[in-house]
Design a protein around this ligand. Structure first.
Ligand code: C5P
Length: 214
């Protein structure tokens, strides 16, 4: 039987929240960062479960991929895997809101209300962190301003060990790029800035830091 250095759960990509079978709320995440992390972790000798929203990236070799669409599906896929993992890297851009009502049929344009009522999607990371035992928890924070300040707030609120923060542009810039610059902020200790570099290189550096930190 193969032995692994660590067992990790990584999430990637966007989630979608439909209000009819043809229309949904989502965001510009492409999944590149999460898939790069999955590949780096697999190469580092970790067992990798990758829970992925809808993306156009092929399955990385040696990684178990669990495909999901909605936030609730992502939570349901992550829950049992979280209990067994040593590290959770929550890289997915979970859509925060979902329409309160979903029509079973495609709505006619003339029948779509100009006011859609929303409700909150479960905060997967915060919920899982409440049952944290031995696991290391790593969150991501995409911010348009005061990146470190807001990221640190999330680190505390979601009871994380690390948060990886990056700045995104008002037009979604940063999401689809091949390159990135991030700040890796630990619960205690110094911040490390990674990049500007390819997301694949940043992924290697993140996995190396996590590997060495216990
Ligand atoms: O609160 P915010 O969405 O900015 O936090 C980002 C972090 O929380 C990311 O790691 C993201 O994957 C996670 N998240 C989550 N469930 C949500 C929203 C965000 O797990 N509903």
């Amino acid at each position: 039987m193969q032995t692994y250095r660590k067992r990790c759960l990584i999430t990637a990509g966007p989630t979608r929240e439909f209000f009819d079978p043809a229309r949904f709320i989502s965001n510009p995440s492409t999944g590149k960062m999460g898939y790069a992390l999955a590949k780096s972790a697999q190469i580092a000798g970790w067992h990798v479960d990758l829970v992925s929203g809808p993306v156009n990236i092929s399955r990385p070799d040696g990684v178990t991929v669990h495909k999901v669409v909605t936030g609730q599906e992502m939570y349901a896929a992550c829950k049992p895997l979280f209990e067994k993992c040593d590290i959770l890297i929550m890289c997915a851009a979970v859509a925060d809101l979902r329409p309160k009502n979903k029509s079973p049929e495609k709505l006619k344009k003339s029948g779509i209300s100009m006011k859609i009522e929303f409700e909150r999607v479960i905060d997967i990371l915060k919920t899982l962190s409440q049952s944290k035992r031995h696991q290391t928890l790593v969150g991501f924070a995409a911010e348009t301003e005061k990146v470190e300040k807001y990221a640190r707030k999330k680190l505390v609120e979601k009871n994380l060990d690390w948060i990886v923060a990056n700045q995104v542009g008002a037009d979604g810039g940063g999401f689809a790029d091949d390159r990135n610059t991030v700040m890796m902020i630990p619960k205690e200790g110094d911040v490390t800035t990674l990049g500007p570099a390819l997301k694949t290189q940043i992924a290697d550096q993140i996995i190396t830091i996590l590997d060495q930190s216990g």
